[in-house]
Design a binder for this molecule. Structure first.
Ligand code: FDA
Length: 509
């Protein structure tokens, strides 16, 4: 994709005509670097070698986004859209290849409007949330409106709503209520023509596609989402129990694989496996009194007792689980995260058959014992997830999945180029192949990994055949093909394109 100096100048002139000067940051602006870095969540992409955008447009209303798309298309400059900036490969603000592009940053579009509905008339509680809001801002607005309402999405409060909902979105309410995208009932999006479309105007195929299949801004720029809220009890209970290998972690973890996905839907017990410890972290939608008999009956090996229970409201559980016991509900409004100062590399798997005990023994003894070892995060599925058909949304990892595995490693602060940590993630991923889902080996798009494959452009359009390499891992069960057909409908010229965007496919192909 080539962009001459003349078209660059014309592009900037076009933007200046429609976007106020104070919202436009070109490379010569004194604040360019800080605006660009403002929501970069992975320091790996803040180096001299990173391909930087031509400018950043910090949109504060829909017309700025429309103007950005229209000017970009007119002058042949592609764009990247950024909501919370958490993309694991930084695709919302950098290009992995040398190309001229600009960034539309939505952090200024972050209102949340909660409507409590009229339960006795069957009108559900909903919220309109703009893409630039963080999950923390959404949760805070809901929890302040009612302690009986919640939204099922990710754990990290600084994750942006726009990117999160573009890829699915799951957290501690997953087993009871499924994914964030399972609750999206409407959305507004700026398409490649610069039009603002709602659910009816974009049509059912595109509305299906943006709810989890848009990871990477493939279809347009989603401005806002209308989501249905879910009911929670006034008291929920959290617990965290670490078990070392000496304390039986291998046996407990082996058992956990079968138990956790089959527990009552109200109970979510995930595991963080690091060094020689498996840390079991749980949220139960109810009181400690109700939780204890369930744990004693279904998972006595973990040894949960009253001293482990922490009762609180659902809103309070958000900072408690992610930020620690000292954090308050106001802390989830903070848009900067301690993790921001580090670099990371991650990838993911799905496990459909429990991994044998001796394999877990080997994982602890070799992989987790290495000096540069990272962390494995195991999130159990089952419950509501298993009851949603694979074709209901683009996210196909539903019935039959025992749990999701995220492999992640961090470096930074003390220097180092991350080579050893990155190699650990790649090597452990290779080791795990016989033990995880196959044909395809499934992965979660929100844990984006360019090692799974990158697009190839043929004749100025992204190749569907090449895209299948990575695409069918994220979107198995025929969903990738369906996404490609939706892409053809809404963006046949493939304007919204990046290293892992959905390629357009003609239904006859
Ligand atoms: P960002 O702005 O980087 O966007 C991500 C992708 O979506 C980019 O390709 C971008 O172009 C595109 N995009 C963004 N806004 C868009 C819009 N408005 N319209 C169209 N496309 C858009 N996931 C999870 O399910 N559960 C969890 O608990 C967590 N926890 C977590 C913690 C931390 C620290 C990180 C870094 C990540 C997670 N995630 C997660 C993964 C997270 O859901 C994923 O990275 C999201 O894509 C992040 O969304 P942002 O808006 O922050 O990212």
């Amino acid at each position: 994709f080539f962009c001459s100096q003349a078209s660059t100048d014309g592009f900037l002139a076009c933007l200046t005509a429609s976007v106020p000067e104070q919202l436009l940051f070109t490379r010569s602006s004194p604040s360019f670097a800080s605006v660009l870095a403002s929501s970069v969540r992975n320091r790996r992409f803040l180096t001299q070698a990173t391909v930087r955008p031509l400018c950043v447009v910090t949109a504060t209303n829909a017309s700025h986004v429309q103007a950005a798309v229209v000017c970009g298309r007119q002058h042949g400059v592609r764009l990247r859209v950024r909501s919370g900036g958490h993309d694991y490969e930084g695709l919302s603000y950098r290009s992995a290849r040398p190309e001229t592009f600009f960034v539309v940053d939505l952090a200024g579009l972050r209102s949340v409007r909660v409507s409590l509905g009229i339960p006795r008339e069957g009108a559900p509680a909903t919220a309109w949330v703009e893409s630039g809001a963080t999950l923390g801002e959404l949760y805070h607005a809901i929890g302040k409106a009612s302690d009986r309402l919640a939204f099922p999405a990710g754990l990290c409060p600084t994750v942006g709503v726009g990117g999160h909902l573009s890829g699915g979105g799951f957290g501690m309410l997953l087993r009871k209520h499924g994914l964030a995208v399972d609750h999206v009932v409407d959305a507004t999006m700026v398409d490649a023509e610069g039009r603002v479309l709602d659910r009816d105007a974009m049509g059912q195929d595109v509305f299906w596609a943006i709810r989890g299949g848009g990871g990477g801004g493939s279809f347009g720029i989603v401005l806002s989402w209308r989501v249905k809220l879910v009911a929670v009890p006034p008291t929920v209970t959290a617990f965290t129990i670490p078990r070392s290998v000496e304390q039986g972690a291998v046996d407990i973890l082996t058992k956990w694989q079968e138990v956790a996905p089959a527990l009552p839907d109200d109970l979510f017990v995930r595991v963080l496996v690091q060094r020689q410890v498996a840390k079991f972290q749980a949220l139960y939608l109810g009181t400690c009194d109700a939780l204890l008999p369930v744990m004693r009956r279904r998972f006595p090996e973990l040894g949960v007792n009253r001293t482990h229970c922490k009762e609180m409201t659902w809103l309070q559980s958000v900072p408690y689980v992610y930020l620690g016991s000292g954090a308050t509900v106001e802390d989830i409004l903070n848009r900067t995260d301690p993790v921001d100062t580090t670099s990371s590399k991650a990838t993911s798997d799905y496990v459909r058959h429990a991994i044998a005990r001796d394999v877990w023994e080997e994982i602890f003894a070799t992989w987790l014992a290495r000096p540069d070892a990272g962390l494995m995060i195991l999130d159990p599925y089952g419950g509501h997830m298993a009851r949603v058909p694979e074709a209901a949304t683009p996210f196909p990892h539903r019935a039959g999945v025992l749990y999701n595995v995220q492999y992640i490693n961090f470096w930074g602060g003390g220097g180092g180029d991350g080579a050893a940590q990155t190699a650990w993630v790649r090597d452990v991923y290779a080791f795990m192949e016989p033990h995880v889902s196959k044909n395809p080996r499934e992965a979660y798009v929100n844990y984006r990994d360019l090692d799974l494959g990158e697009n190839v452009v043929v004749g100025n359009v992204t190749s569907y055949e090449a895209g299948k390499v990575w695409g069918e891992k994220y979107y198995s069960k025929g969903n990738f093909r369906r996404l490609a057909m939706a892409k053809r409908q809404i963006d046949p010229d493939d304007y919204f394109r990046n290293e892992q965007s959905i390629p357009p496919l003609d239904a006859d192909d």
